[in-house]
Design a protein around this ligand. Structure first.
Ligand SMILES: C[S@@+](CC[C@H](N)C(=O)[O-])C[C@H]1O[C@@H](n2cnc3c(N)ncnc32)[C@H](O)[C@@H]1O
Length: 288
């Protein structure tokens, strides 16, 4: 199993009200889909790219009592993330197993899982890695087992009228870095998360490994300044948006560039706070 010890800074974004609301709506829809199709028991559950365990926590909070899971596996390539997930979930989950591995190397017994979820992480992988991962997930699912994922990195994630916000933020961040004398270092290929595949790409992906597509839905979240500052500080996000700059300085520059961009291009909510809407795509699939 791979070990990555690193600073992990996704949790502040995952703890914002807006993030928990949109991801809570999505996990609720996953449970509803299973209940509507007559699922009566849920024994073994896997949370892929668990991060701070947010998706698993939201999922369990909404699970009807008769569907309580008995064993939970949380997988992440970051050891720092798994520590946070353990802290968040150990009180609520009786049997918790942490797996420090990349999803491509998933190694669970065949036909052993009832549900696998993959929140906010599939877009970091290229298509070959995604297919390898989905094949491993399918193998680990019991017949009739469920696979759910979501992403806010796809073609429809940034509504047309929000594009000026992103352009201004990146332009401000680059200017800030130039003033500091920071130069672009890596210029080869785009980061995977900077490639926004169409919705149909993700709908078809599950079919490519022989899973049945059950549902695809989009959700919207109105993200305020603090949420944008948190996500812009997340190194994988900043690296995608400011490709080619050293990670730490890219995070800082992207964070500092939020305020002027959102004041210029954001809408204003009933509390007088500026926001920019982001969309999430949610996919539900099942092993025959
Ligand atoms: C944006 S966070 C999402 C965390 C959580 N699932 C959520 O939705 O709040 C993405 C997570 O994916 C993990 N990750 C990225 N690539 C991975 C891979 N190939 N295998 C396993 N974990 C990965 C990162 O370490 C990070 O914890």
């Amino acid at each position: 199993m791979e070990k990555h010890i690193e600073d992990y800074n996704y949790e502040p974004f995952a703890d914002t009200e807006e993030y928990r609301k949109v991801n809570g709506d999505i996990t609720r829809s996953w449970i509803q889909i299973m209940v509507e199709r007559g699922v009566e028991s849920l024994d073994r559950f896997l949370d892929i790219a668990t991060g701070a365990g947010t998706m698993a926590q939201l999922f369990f909070e909404m699970l009807p009592a008769n569907l309580r899971e008995s064993a939970v596996f949380c997988l992440d390539q970051s050891a720092g993330a798994l520590k946070l997930a353990k802290r968040r979930l150990e009180k609520e989950v009786d049997k918790l197993t942490l797996i420090n591995s990349s999803i491509q190397e998933l190694d669970l017994p065949p036909k052993s899982l009832d549900v696998a979820i993959w929140g906010n992480g599939i877009h970091y992988l290229n298509e070959e890695e995604q297919l390898k991962s989905l094949n491993a997930i399918k193998k680990a699912l019991k017949p009739g087992g469920w696979f759910f994922f979501n992403t806010s990195f796809y073609e429809g994630a940034r509504p047309e009228d929000t594009i000026p916000f992103y352009r201004t933020q990146v332009r401000n961040a680059v200017q800030f870095l130039r003033k500091q004398g920071v130069k672009r270092v890596k210029v080869e290929g785009k980061a995977e998360a900077a490639k926004f595949h169409p919705r149909s790409y993700y709908e078809e992906l599950v079919g490519k490994v022989g899973l049945d597509l059950v549902d695809a839905q989009e959700f919207a979240a109105d993200l305020t300044k603090e949420a944008w500052e948190h996500i812009s500080s997340f190194q994988q996000y900043a690296a995608g948006a400011l490709h080619g700059y050293p990670d730490e300085v890219a995070s800082d520059a992207m964070k500092n560039a939020v305020e002027p961009a959102i004041l210029l291009h954001g809408e204003v909510n009933e509390n007088g706070n500026h926001f920019v809407t982001r969309k999430w795509l949610s996919i539900s699939a099942r092993r025959a």
